[in-house]
Write a protein that binds this ligand. Structure first.
Ligand code: GLA
Length: 395
């Protein structure tokens, strides 16, 4: 079955569930994907480069208008409803899942004026806290749905930005633009190399001989929690200190490794290490992208391995389970590269594996990881998919 047909079949089942719950007009349906990042971690908020690709796992949003100014939102995964009043003058986060939706609605209203009310049904097969960007997929699918429900359109770049702002300003996680951008712009069978400063990007074809294999450690992370924001603040402190010597720099993107090294003694050791990661990681993205284009898979693998070590040792966002997963994977035949993906502190690894080795890889990595950690991992094999789309209901 073609991907389009497959999606339409899912959409028609989803539309039935929507109608059963809300007894409302047939909905419009949107799907937005989660992502993996092949390399370029914790570089987006330093104005650096990233190399994400969408995965097959998605968040689905069905929407139809209401006559009042409320959003009635049902989450199938949580079996919970949230009611949000769009006319509230001082809306406050409730510190629950509905904040992502509320935040997106508020940002849209700020940008484009009052939104009509809506019934909304949400379902996702992206595991939460797995580093696969379930939050951004939720934001992007809801933003697209709310826009369609209001009869308005917005440039995809604006959608990505407003979703990021919703998370920054309403949810309270100071995330960068990568996840929202990937969920909007991803393209089938490609990774996208995004310059997070200019938002210019290039599509890089992924070799058909390779599968993206995601290994979920099943250790959950949370971003609204302190460590992510702390890393970001440490990078900003690095910029402030380095500005004494290089007054024109705006972000770590503007600093070379040689410049950093020249002032190592003037920086606190921890700040030096954080900066070292962010600066070297953007260089690795460039090296990795060049190697991918040239079909030099050995270099791709080396870049991924170096990235993981830098995240573990200098940026300190890995954890034992992620390290174990990477060590086990890197030993298997047919593995081009393996590293943690996403924010870290748990979550998943991304593995580029030769297609003929995938079956054995899954079996053995699963067994060895369970032996080492007593945790059964989840392993997803995915092709690089497409960004957000509206999906027609099949006839
Ligand atoms: C999370 C954030 C992204 C990015 C990554 C780390 O996924 O949402 O903006 O910072 O962590 O690369």
């Amino acid at each position: 079955m073609s991907e389009r047909k497959h999606n339409e079949t899912i959409a028609s089942r989803f539309a039935k569930k929507f109608s059963a719950r809300f007894a409302a007009a047939p909905p419009h349906i949107f799907r937005a994907p989660g992502r993996v990042n092949l390399i370029g971690e914790h570089t987006d908020y330093n104005d650096g480069l990233v190399l994400p690709a969408a995965i097959a796992l998605c968040t689905w949003t069905a929407i139809a208008p209401r006559k009042d100014h409320a959003l009635h939102v049902f989450s199938e995964n949580l079996n919970e409803t949230a009611e949000l009043d769009l006319t509230e003058t001082h809306p406050q986060p409730r510190h629950r899942w509905s904040d992502y939706i509320h935040g997106v609605a508020l940002m849209l209203q700020k940008l484009a004026g009052p939104l009509p009310g809506a019934n909304i049904f949400i379902a996702s097969d992206i595991p939460s806290g797995a580093g696969l960007s379930s939050s951004a997929a939720l934001e992007v699918s809801v933003a697209s749905a709310l826009l369609s429900n209001s009869g308005r359109t917005l440039d995809l770049v604006e959608i990505a930005k407003l979703c990021q702002h919703a998370e920054n300003k309403f949810v309270g996680a100071r995330v960068g633009i990568m996840d929202q951008f990937a969920s909007c712009f991803a393209s089938a069978d490609h990774a996208i190399m995004l310059d997070c400063r200019t938002l210019e990007f290039q599509r890089l074809p992924l070799p058909a001989s390779l599968a993206m294999v995601v290994c979920n450690t099943m250790v959950k992370h949370g971003h609204a929690g302190g460590e992510y924001n702390k890393r970001r603040a440490q990078c900003e402190q690095g910029v402030t200190l380095l500005r004494r010597y290089f007054p024109s720099i705006k972000a770590l993107r503007d600093v070379t490794l040689a410049q950093l090294q020249a002032h190592r003694d003037e920086l606190p050791e921890l700040i030096y290490r954080r900066c070292h990661h962010a600066i070297s990681e953007t260089e690795r993205v460039l090296r990795c992208a060049t190697a991918l284009r040239a079909g030099d898979l050995a270099t791709v693998g080396r870049c991924m391995a170096e990235s993981h070590l830098s995240l573990k040792n200098d940026y300190q966002v890995s954890c034992r389970e992620l390290d174990v997963m990477v060590e086990i994977a890197a030993r298997r035949d047919g593995v081009v590269g393996s590293r943690m993906t996403g924010g870290g502190f748990g979550g998943s690894t991304i593995n580029l594996v030769k297609t003929e080795a995938v079956k054995e890889f899954k079996h053995n990595v699963s067994r060895e990881y369970k032996l080492a950690t007593q945790i059964a991992p989840e392993i997803y094999v995915s092709r690089a998919g497409q960004g957000v789309t509206e999906v027609n209901v099949s006839a």
